[in-house]
Design a protein around this ligand. Structure first.
Ligand code: PDD
Length: 279
């Protein structure tokens, strides 16, 4: 694999970042993950917008232009022959001797990109659905910023695995915030799609927003409101959205089966709509 590091395309085993990088020492960095289907990036402008928003919120300098960032994505897709998979882009504040305080202006941001080739359209999750367990959401107060501070989501996913489930939904005050690396949705008995409104408590998902506009255009009713984990267990269907899963059916929550333990029809319809519309 060829990866991109600070202006250079290098073989992955030759790629280097300083041990003093603030991304490494302080998780002082942001990232984006964009899907590739048929060699083409999905929803790329929206990912760039969110990168800039994350950078602004953290006072992080983005030196590369949008055109350069797009060109790097395309170059990696081409060099690595990615037909289906993702491009990961990470930007950190850069390298400085270890100190909590920083001077962004005197640092060179670190920019790293790599690709992962993997099936996205036909996966066991999309066919069979996934089981979810709920865990307490103990993340910090700015979950709307896409930072590389991903320890708790990793721990939540490991907790799910150890309980025999595929993934975790995070719950605060009894209400579902989002998935460990996805936005969470339920479908009510009368076919209304429910998802938590945007706030500092969740990531403004690119897939969430695209799906909601496609769904609205096809007449699906959507309610942006908080919902409890108890309501979710009682829902007709549930699903998650993310750049790498698209629309992923949920078939059980804390051991309670949904939609007969199979991906639900509304969910699969939305998955189809999302894929058709975003390609
Ligand atoms: N994760 N919420 C969280 C906490 C996430 O980490 C993600 C994405 C999402 C969905 O956002 P989007 O639709 O823009 O991908 C919601 C990515 C895929 C990851 O960390 O790999």
């Amino acid at each position: 694999r060829t990866v991109y590091v600070n202006g250079a395309y290098v073989p992955e085993n030759e790629a280097r970042v300083s041990v003093f990088d603030r991304g490494f020492l302080f998780a002082d960095g942001i990232y984006e993950v964009a899907a590739v289907i048929g060699g083409k990036l999905i929803d790329f402008p929206a990912h760039l917008n969110r990168l800039h928003r994350s950078a602004d919120e953290l006072g992080l300098r983005v030196d590369a232009s949008n055109e350069e960032l797009l060109a790097i994505h395309r170059e990696l897709i081409s060099r690595n022959g990615i037909s289906e998979g993702v491009v990961y882009m990470q930007m950190t504040r850069g390298v400085a001797d270890r100190d909590f305080a920083y001077d962004t202006d005197s640092m060179e941001p670190t920019l790293v990109l790599f690709t992962q080739s993997r099936p996205l359209l036909e996966t066991s999750t999309s066919k069979n659905g996934m089981s979810i367990v709920s865990v307490e959401d103990i993340r910090w107060g700015r979950c709307d910023i896409k930072t590389v501070q991903l320890l708790y989501p990793s721990m939540a996913k490991m907790e799910a695995r150890s309980r025999g489930a595929d993934d975790a939904w995070l719950v605060r005050d009894g209400m579902v915030t989002e998935g460990s690396s996805s936005n969470a949705f339920i479908v009510t008995g009368n076919g209304i799609i429910v998802t938590r409104p945007l706030s500092n408590a969740i990531l403004p998902g690119i897939t969430r927003s695209a799906l909601m506009s496609y769904a609205a255009a096809t007449g699906t009713r959507i309610a942006e409101r908080t919902f409890s984990i108890e309501e979710a267990k009682d829902a007709a269907e549930a699903f998650v959205t993310s750049a790498s899963v698209f629309v992923g059916p949920v078939i059980s929550i804390d051991g309670v089966e949904l939609s007969g333990g199979k991906p639900g029809p509304v969910t699969m319809g939305l998955r189809k709509t999302y894929i058709t519309e975003s390609l």
